[in-house]
Write a protein that binds this ligand. Structure first.
Ligand code: 3PG
Length: 422
């Protein structure tokens, strides 16, 4: 089912609650937030609604209570204003009288951003849409609004008040980013990617995420044949599962990070599906400069930091024939001098492919920026982390489900707000 989008409703003179994801890095000591592509992209949706003469009330979060990046959204308002080229007013309140009065006094086209929705404890409770629709956030704000727009794909894996609550009580549509991200990720399950070879390049330092995707890919044998190219931590864990000794530095690091508990599951994947899974032939390590060694020469004398050149060549040959490619996580510690090769090499190869190429994960995004690779060369680069993984692992995204359900539930109300109702 297609989601309702901004094109389906008329926004003029309407009060619109728009959930975006402005979550970015925050430096607690300097009290500075980092500008992020998410802010630039969501600005376009917010700006469009304002141009359509809606009264735009932005809902967003930054960090989580207890985490060092948890803060107010005053600086986000300044950055949004800069990107939109129009004042975005920050209201240091969410559901109190100050916020309510400010919403009631809004003019057409005006934009305000309420404070961090995660200041309300209930926001992050994992509840159903119906439960959340009876909570503080929704019951206080929905009577003041006409439409809910959810543009925050990167929080779509959370069943939070602001992601699933409003869809119960307001005509709800997906914003531009939500539509784009969902359509691109859904392509992996569509005809486009039903023709093999479909190649997954999985790396980075969240091996549990990679393993979830791998287990899903081979779960019931009904999906097209996939090839998985492992690198980063998951690649090293596959080497270990095959009996290689990585060396004391990597072993201790993995132990500290609790990665070793994944070994049994990896062994089970290897037992059944090893012919679909590629693991590195060589790796790079070194405290005083990069040293490449074949996996036959393991253990390494230092912490493993990258895949080796032979592995890049082997993966290149496989990628060249691919029809669809998904890449998540970086092959190596690309931020460290001397260990850029794997990440830069594979991303450049993928960028030049004619295949459908889908890229995800925060670090991968950073690496694309660092190596000045033209983003437009990829079919799609997702702004999401956790939501991207959840979708690729075959799990439902509560916020997407909520939008679908709302489409059925609010058809008649949406009809009243729509000129071209389909
Ligand atoms: C993200 O940055 O990936 C999203 O904002 C979700 O954040 P969360 O993992 O704290 O829910």
């Amino acid at each position: 089912m297609n989601l309702f989008s901004i094109d389906d409703l008329i926004f003029k003179n309407k009060t619109v609650l728009v959930r975006v994801d402005l979550n970015t890095s925050y430096n607690k000591s300097t009290r500075k937030i980092e500008d992020h592509e998410r802010l630039r992209e969501h600005s376009k949706t917010i700006s469009e609604l304002s141009e359509k003469k809606a009264k735009v009330v932005v809902l967003a979060h930054q960090g989580r209570k207890g985490s060092p990046d948890f803060t107010h959204l005053d600086q986000h308002a300044i950055l949004l204003s800069k990107h939109i080229g129009k004042k975005v007013f920050f209201v240091k309140d969410i559901i109190g009288i100050k916020a309510k009065n400010r919403i009631k006094s809004m003019k057409n086209g005006e934009i305000i951003i309420l404070d961090n929705v995660r200041l309300i404890d209930e926001e992050v409770e994992n509840k159903t849409g119906i439960e959340h629709s009876k909570g503080k956030l929704v019951t206080n704000l929905f009577p003041l609004a006409d439409i809910f727009v959810n543009d925050a794909f990167s929080v779509a894996h959370r069943s939070h008040a602001s992601t699933v609550g409003f869809t119960q009580v307001l005509p709800s549509v997906a914003g531009r980013i939500m539509v784009r991200e969902w359509a691109s990720i859904s392509k992996m399950e569509s005809e486009t990617c039903s023709i093999p070879p479909v190649v997954y390049v999985l790396g980075g330092n969240k091996p549990d995420d990679c393993l979830k995707i791998i287990e899903y890919l081979f779960k019931d044998g009904t999906r097209p044949i996939q090839t998985v190219l492992t690198c980063g931590v998951i690649g090293e864990l596959f080497l270990m599962a095959k009996g290689n000794k990585l060396g004391p530095a990597t072993y201790e690091y993995f132990k500290g990070e609790k990665y070793l508990i994944l070994l049994e599951r990896i062994k089970s994947v290897l037992k059944h599906y090893s012919k679909f899974i590629q693991i590195p032939d060589d790796i790079a390590f070194g405290d005083a400069g990069r040293k490449d060694i074949s996996v036959n020469s393991l253990p390494a004398e230092g912490l493993i930091m990258d895949i080796g050149e032979q592995t890049i060549k082997k993966y290149f040959k496989i990628l060249k024939k691919a029809n669809c490619v998904v890449a998540k996580g970086t092959p190596g510690a690309y931020e460290e001098k001397g260990f850029e090769k794997g990440t830069k090499g594979l991303l450049e190869i993928i960028a030049d492919l004619d295949a459908f190429t889908l890229i995800g994960g925060g670090d991968t995004n950073q690496a694309i920026k660092k190596f000045s690779i033209d983003k437009k060369k990829f079919s799609y680069v997702s702004l999401a982390g956790g939501a991207f993984i959840t979708a690729l692992s075959g799990e439902k995204l509560p916020a997407i489900e909520a939008l679908k359900e709302s489409k059925k539930k609010h058809k008649s109300k949406a009809h009243a707000l729509s000129r071209f109702y389909k």
